[in-house]
Design a binder for this molecule. Sequence first.
Ligand SMILES: [Zn+2]
Length: 111
Amino acid sequence: MHDYHAVEAVVDRLRAAGLTEVVEVRIRAGAAFSPVALRQAYEMLTLGTPLAGSRLLVESADQECACPACGATWHVTCEDLVGHMVICPSCSVPTSVEGATSVDVVGVTGG
Ligand SMILES: [Zn+2]
């Protein structure tokens, strides 16, 4: 569900900006998001709006997580996250991931 809400915020922002002839929207999404879910949400949310038919390109933020307890570092994907927490694969201590739940619009291409 967080995918839906994040995309809703992006769509609101684009519509507030009065953009009408949008071909492509690029966003950078934190590790908590699934690019597929984001694109599905985008299609749903833009139906019947001037943004309908535009493409959402998702750049997944490459996220490294460092465990504060044991110092292990590993690559975080959306499957590892519980909310914005991950469980360290080495020592099982939960750690919060900075920026995992943020979505930024990095570019909009007009028609
Ligand atoms: Zn650890």
